[in-house]
Design a protein around this ligand. Structure first.
Ligand code: SF4
Length: 226
């Protein structure tokens, strides 16, 4: 399978004969993940914000960067990394930064937490409570930032929680959808492509600008012409 297989192995997406699909590959162009193993941190400006939220989260009993793995079939595993997971209250929090003045929760964020919730419920048989912590585009030195994150993370552990707006962050309790059909369809497509020695699909979108392949990607270049 040449470079493709080598790349999957290098990125830890192929171990032995088992294919590991990351949750992000179901949300965006999956080939983006082959282009860079740092794709999440390249795309998001919020690295420092994540670190602040994770430091505060630890004080409240959250586990940061929690890895969850769900076997979807023989030799096929779905892997997610949850920003913050509270094992006693079954709370999960995804931290997002936004420049959007409407402080909008994009459907992609909703799908991401829906997939995490679904995975955890499949694995544990218990109910899980997902939240999105939407951090507004503020300076890291804004005096309200840390107290607002602290209050939001503490509040998220007390269910039920409704959407709450703080000065610098919103805590959003989304109504999640059932992502099972989408997960099954996409993962089986990727798996078949891989077994047939074909590369993953290329799906142009807002993340192309961060993709190291964009100057050579036919699908992206086609969209540039239109
Ligand atoms: S340029 Fe866009 S469509 Fe092409 S591989 Fe990168 S992310 Fe995918």
């Amino acid at each position: 399978m040449g470079w493709y297989e080598d790349k999957l192995r290098e990125l830890g997406l192929l171990k032995g004969d088992t294919l590991f699909i990351r949750v992000g590959m179901l949300l965006r162009c999956p080939t983006l993940y082959l282009a860079s193993d740092r794709v999440d941190s390249i795309m998001y400006r919020g690295v420092e914000i994540h670190e602040i939220a994770q430091t505060i989260g630890r004080r409240h009993g959250y586990l940061p960067e929690y890895e969850v793995r769900l076997e979807l079939g023989e030799k096929l595993v779905l892997v997610g990394h949850i920003d913050l997971l509270h094992p006693e209250t079954n709370t999960i929090v995804e931290v997002k930064t936004t420049r959007n003045p409407e402080k909008k929760v994009y459907s992609e964020y909703l799908l991401q937490v829906s997939i995490y919730k679904w995975m955890l419920e499949k694995l544990s048989g218990e109910q899980w409570y997902p939240y999105i912590l939407l951090v507004h585009d503020v300076s890291l030195y804004n005096p309200s930032l840390r107290p607002d994150i602290e209050n939001a993370l503490a509040t998220a552990t007390k269910h039920p929680v409704w959407t709450i707006e703080y000065t610098t962050v919103n805590l959003v309790a989304p109504t999640t959808t059932n992502p099972e059909k989408l997960v099954q369809e996409k993962t089986s497509l990727y798996y078949k492509q891989f077994r047939r020695n074909k590369t993953l699909p290329r799906i142009p979108g807002k993340y192309c600008e961060y993709c190291p392949l964009k100057d050579k990607c036919r699908e992206y270049l086609k969209t540039e012409k239109t």
